[in-house]
Design a protein around this ligand. Structure first.
Ligand code: SF4
Ligand code: SF4
Ligand code: F3S
Length: 295
């Protein structure tokens, strides 16, 4: 007997990068995820995913709406992308009902009200990200804010990243299937699973010794810590330095780029390649203050 868990993937104001990153999952592969049991005895029944499903049009919108009504309270809703809201909600629509376009705010609201739990996949869904960056002409909002505004109280897990590592999504889903929804102490204040987002990039960075010695790269390609080239590693929580990307091939700082802080709520609030100034550096803040003061 295999238990089927229905999953609906709803894209909002998104670039599809989060979906493409999921397709890059190495272990399990996307084929394993779709066809096999992701954990023994449990199969994820992906009912709707516009990027990878074969069907289109009325047929797939019916599958989406049938899942909402027939699997009420039993399906997981994964959202990538922010949610355009209010008078500008029609910037993003998903299918029609009675010949009229259904905007993503309305579609998300009804799907969220009837879901078992919600996963906000990617920084756009989790924190607003690029669509919600000023001047935000579509009044795009992160999933958490829309849920709060509408008084929808459903379990929400944020899995940010631009895009998120496929393991962060697959691992979160597998953990839910194995032992249920995470306990509050397993998430941080931004509702991120601590198992993936519990440590600063800076804590495990192989260039950290350069930072501690005060040896900073002045231009791309230089040896040294990338802090002065805009690295946001000291304020960014994710396990990229130990997990690596693309089946363990490399990662952002390993390829010579500063960390852009893509898993953080502040992602679009900082210039990517400008040095952080006047910030309290978690963990190393006290050291940095002390060393600047020459003590
Ligand atoms: Fe695209 Fe990044 Fe937004 Fe994902 S988080 S939809 S990769 S812009
Ligand atoms: Fe690594 Fe960036 Fe920290 Fe430098 S500032 S040690 S490059 S995370
Ligand atoms: Fe993002 Fe920084 Fe990791 S830019 S992918 S959190 S190294």
């Amino acid at each position: 007997m295999v238990k089927e868990i229905p999953l609906v993937w709803l894209p909002g104001a998104a670039c599809t990068g989060c979906s493409i990153s999921l397709l890059n999952s190495a272990s399990p592969t996307i084929k394993n995820i779709l066809v096999d049991q992701i954990v023994p005895g449990v199969h994820i029944n992906l009912r709707f995913h516009p990027t990878i499903m074969a069907g289109a049009g009325e047929q797939v919108i019916k599958a989406l709406e049938d899942t909402m009504t027939l699997k009420k309270g039993n399906y997981v809703l994964a959202v990538d992308g922010a949610i355009p809201t209010g008078p500008t909600a029609n910037y993003c629509v998903m299918g029609e009902r009675n010949g009229k376009a259904v905007n993503i705010e309305a579609r998300f609201t009804e799907l969220a009200e009837n879901a078992l739990a919600i996963l906000a996949v990617g920084t756009c869904a989790a924190f607003g990200g690029i669509p919600a960056a000023p001047p935000n002409p579509s009044n795009s909002q992160p999933v958490r804010k829309v849920l709060e505004a509408k008084g929808i109280k459903k379990p929400l897990i944020n899995i940010p990243g631009c895009p998120p590592h496929p393991d962060w999504f697959v691992g979160t889903v597998a953990s839910i299937l194995l032992k249920g929804l995470p306990q509050p102490e397993e998430l941080d204040d931004n509702l991120r699973p601590l198992v993936f987002y519990g440590k600063l990039i800076h804590e495990n960075c192989p260039r950290r010794a350069y930072f501690d010695e005060g040896k900073f790269a002045k231009k791309f390609g230089d040896e040294g810590c990338l802090y002065e080239l805009g690295c946001k590693g000291p304020i960014t929580y994710a396990d990229c330095p130990t997990r690596h990307w693309n089946s363990g091939t490399n990662w952002v700082i390993g390829a010579g780029s500063p960390c852009l802080g893509c898993t953080q709520p502040e992602f679009t609030g900082y210039a990517f390649y400008e040095k952080l100034v006047d910030v309290e550096l978690p963990v190393v803040g006290a050291y940095w203050q002390t060393s600047k003061e020459g003590k």
